[in-house]
Design a protein around this ligand. Structure first.
Ligand SMILES: Cc1ncc(COP(=O)(O)O)c(C=O)c1O
Length: 422
């Protein structure tokens, strides 16, 4: 079945996903069934381009030593590369200073850092924190723990039937003067792109700080902390073509300066006596122990690769694929698509359910068809509860995808329905 243009507005992006497949070694081999791999699970973790794999290997082979300690050439070289990666992350999110970039393992750790450090220092009994019903568990559970411990209250902004944040409900929650709002830029379970700049302005007006979970936006669209106006932003390297084990927290300098350390030990101190310790400056204050050195350099290489494509182009490419895929799935009877219809507010993630077929069966049959998708609750169980489904099947697009992948997705759905006699 050939995929027809979704609409007259769907415009081919500035680069070809088909051509970019050559940059990703994982696409050199076919699947066990001898099929071309249609990889539609970047939202869980993305494949790595050769440039990132080479940067990792080169760092370990020729430039590796511990950082910020050695006064020998190799250590200084490693430190320069590690700090160079920090500058790349800062430029990527338009941070005013690279000192506001804290390297962490992933977005989960970035959010926990804020919950533990800012939260435990600032939240008092009776205070409120607001998050939303469309968050990943990483942006729910740390706030549940924090508010429980502090004797504070956690409120959730509701979502609409078509998967958008209910801004009237947000307004109502903000009227209770919360101390902090934690919100995803893009939902991993629905693909919704939230208007985070508008939301941040509303929250600030109410006196709340704002943490933006950019785990699903930083890989796929321009993210500018100054344009958003938020106070903290979390991202994961492994979802944006980088290695696993490296991510970043951006925070406003004055907030980071005032926050106590999250973890303590080596590297994060200036002076230690038997009576106590004096903290290092940010970001070192939040980077206790030996960091993920080569992985940070690998993240820098991923940023170079994405910046080379242009983040506006990445977004346009995914929008093009989304429009085609959304239309193709809409034409198949028995497919229920979740999330907003409007490509302006829907990123490259499509969550759907097939009538009468469990998503795990869907994903298993898809696998035989050479189509890799995620099936489950996507670490967003409150979203599943909201739409009264146990799970969904999720296809997520990235730079190396093309219309053949959209076609493979639609074909795999038809094959699954045929097997189940649906
Ligand atoms: C929206 C969102 N936030 C946070 C996370 C957590 O990311 P990580 O597992 O890399 O910490 C994810 C992962 O899927 C996500 O999609």
């Amino acid at each position: 079945m050939a995929v027809e243009p979704a609409s007259r507005t769907a415009v081919q992006g500035a680069f070809s996903g088909t051509a970019l497949r050559a940059d990703f070694p994982v696409f050199e081999s076919s699947t066990k069934q001898g099929r071309r791999l249609a990889f539609l699970d970047a939202a869980a973790s993305s494949p790595k381009p050769r440039a990132v794999i080479d940067a990792l290997a080169d760092t370990y082979a020729h430039h590796y030593a511990n950082v910020h300690r050695g006064i020998y050439e190799l250590s200084e070289d490693a430190t320069n590369r590690f700090e160079g990666a920090r500058r790349k992350v800062a430029a990527f999110v338009n941070a005013p200073s690279e000192r506001e970039i804290v390297f962490v393992r992933n977005a989960t750790e970035a959010i926990n850092l804020v919950a533990y450090s800012w939260g435990r220092a600032n939240l008092r009994p009776g205070d409120r924190v607001v998050t939303t019903q469309l968050e990943h568990h990483a942006n729910i559970v740390p706030w549940q723990q924090l508010t429980r411990e502090a004797g504070a209250t956690l409120d959730y902004v509701a979502i609409t039937d078509d998967g958008r944040l209910d801004l009237d409900d947000l307004r109502a929650k903000l009227a209770d003067k919360p101390r902090l709002l934690a919100v995803a830029h893009v939902s991993n379970a629905l693909g919704t792109i939230n208007p985070v700049a508008e939301i941040t302005a509303m929250a600030h007006q109410a006196g709340a700080l704002v943490l933006v979970d950019a785990a699903q936006s930083a890989p796929h669209m321009p993210v500018d902390v100054q344009a958003i106006g938020c106070d903290f932003l979390a991202l994961s390297g492994h979802k944006m073509l980088g290695p696993s084990g490296i991510g970043a927290l951006w925070g406003r300098r004055e907030l980071l300066d005032a926050m106590p350390p999250f973890m303590t030990g080596g590297s994060m101190i200036i002076r230690v006596t038997l009576d106590g310790a004096e903290w290092n400056e940010v970001p070192a204050k939040f980077e206790a122990g030996t960091p993920a050195i080569a992985e940070a350099v690998g993240l820098g290489a991923a940023i170079d690769y994405l910046t080379g494509l242009g983040m506006h182009n990445v977004r346009e490419h995914e929008r093009y694929l989304f429009e085609h895929a959304w239309a193709a799935l809409g034409e198949i009877p028995g497919v229920r698509r979740l999330g907003p219809d409007d490509p302006d507010t829907h990123g490259g993630v499509i969550s759907f359910v097939l009538d009468g077929i469990h998503p795990h069966d869907v994903a298993t049959i898809f696998d035989h068809e050479g189509v890799a998708v995620r099936a489950g609750h996507h670490c967003a169980q409150p979203v599943m509860q909201r739409y009264d489904v146990p799970a969904t099947t999720r296809a997520s697009f990235y730079v190396y995808n093309d219309l053949d992948d959209v076609e493979a997705l639609a074909g795999a759905i038809r094959a699954t329905q045929q097997i189940f006699g649906a």
